[in-house]
Write a protein that binds this ligand. Structure first.
Ligand code: MRU
Length: 344
């Protein structure tokens, strides 16, 4: 499968996720405002992929700074980092990546710092590839032969610039020889489930059925689903999880239906500086994403619409959080401690 993010000859090549699955268009970005815009417009999306793209974007921004004066350079670099910090407020991996890039901005001279930032961005990318592969293998042990899983939004290679989180676990279960099938929710308003998850699973030859978000309860009640597995955009110290809007609804339905509810995420998504989920900033996006589908209006002109992009699932609804450092169960505060040494 084509790589969703690639550093090529000093430029960032991204697969434009907003055009999938109808068109596979790659865009070469050679300056940081374009990378920040691509993140904002969700051409690159999914918390781990956003972190990786932002790291490369910061490296590009640094390369474009012309002064040889180190203090001046660092002042301009700080503005570059602020542009990324303002792009997608919920994605924990974004802030972890920015913090790592800040720490990497060291060296005797400007050229040395520029090189160090490129190398750190590559390390962040490599780290996500390794972490998502590892967590997927660990998580696959939880999946039984014959399971039907429900997943929400998109948490595959596109969202992670790696192996995937929720979809990574499903892929690894298949690789272990287990027969698995998937229900994918369409995930309004931007349809990442319908457009991206189904596309990725079909390429892996994993049987997938697309459903609307409102059908999940019906299929759970019918006992057609063994397990819900989702990714995460940020995880607080107590185990509360921010994930795509609609995840909380699924978690409540799963608990009521006595169905397992797993969250897969690399430790770069964990933010121990936030004690609980209510401290996680929730991104509010344009109402137009609700009133329109792919540019076509579906509601009366002038209608008021709300568009929170994420919700919080309290840890009490979560059976386990799957990370590359192990599978964590309640009490989450204990289990998560020490997993996020790189965040602050
Ligand atoms: O708004 P998005 O598409 O960037 O949302 C991110 C997601 O795809 C999910 O919430 C996902 O489960 C977490 S990222 C692997």
């Amino acid at each position: 499968m084509a790589r969703p993010i690639e550093w090529l000859d000093g430029k960032l090549r991204i697969l434009d996720q907003s055009r999938l699955p109808r068109e596979q268009i790659f865009i070469d970005l050679d300056n940081y405002p374009d990378v920040a815009l691509a993140i904002k417009e969700m051409r690159v999306r999914g918390a781990p992929a956003i972190g990786v793209a932002a790291a490369y974007g910061i490296a590009l921004g640094a390369s474009g700074i012309e002064t040889a004066n180190k203090d001046e350079f660092l002042a301009q670099l700080s503005q570059v980092m602020q542009a990324f910090a303002a792009s997608r407020p919920t994605a924990g991996n974004l802030f972890q990546a920015i913090n790592r890039m800040k720490k990497a901005a060291r060296g005797d001279g400007v050229t040395e710092i520029k090189n160090s930032l490129i190398n750190e961005a590559k390390r962040i990318h490599k780290g996500e590839i390794t972490a998502t592969k590892k967590l997927s293998q660990l998580g696959a042990e939880l999946i039984k032969d014959g399971f039907t899983l429900l997943t929400h939004c998109n948490a595959g290679p596109l969202a992670t610039a790696g192996y995937g989180t929720a979809l990574g676990v499903i892929k690894a279960a298949k690789e272990q020889g287990k027969k698995v099938s998937v229900f994918a929710t369409e995930t309004r308003p931007l349809l990442q489930g319908a457009r991206l998850t189904t596309w990725e699973l079909m390429q892996e030859a994993i049987p997938v059925t697309l459903i609307t978000d409102s059908m999940a309860g019906y299929f759970m009640y019918q006992k057609k689903i063994d397990c819900v597995i989702v990714g995460a955009d940020r995880i607080a110290a107590n185990g509360d999880v921010a994930n795509k809007i609609g995840t909380y609804t699924l978690a409540v339905l799963a608990k009521e239906s006595k169905i397992l509810f797993y969250v897969g995420a690399p430790t770069s998504t964990i933010d121990l500086s936030l004690s609980s989920g209510d401290k996680i900033p929730i991104e509010e996006r344009s109402p137009e994403e609700v009133t329109h589908i792919q540019g076509v209006p579906i509601a009366p002109e002038g209608i008021r619409a709300a568009n929170p992009a994420f919700d919080i699932t309290p840890c009490s609804y979560i059976t386990a959080i799957i990370t590359e450092k192990g599978i964590i169960r309640a009490p989450y505060t204990e289990g998560l401690k020490g997993t996020d040494s790189r965040f602050s």
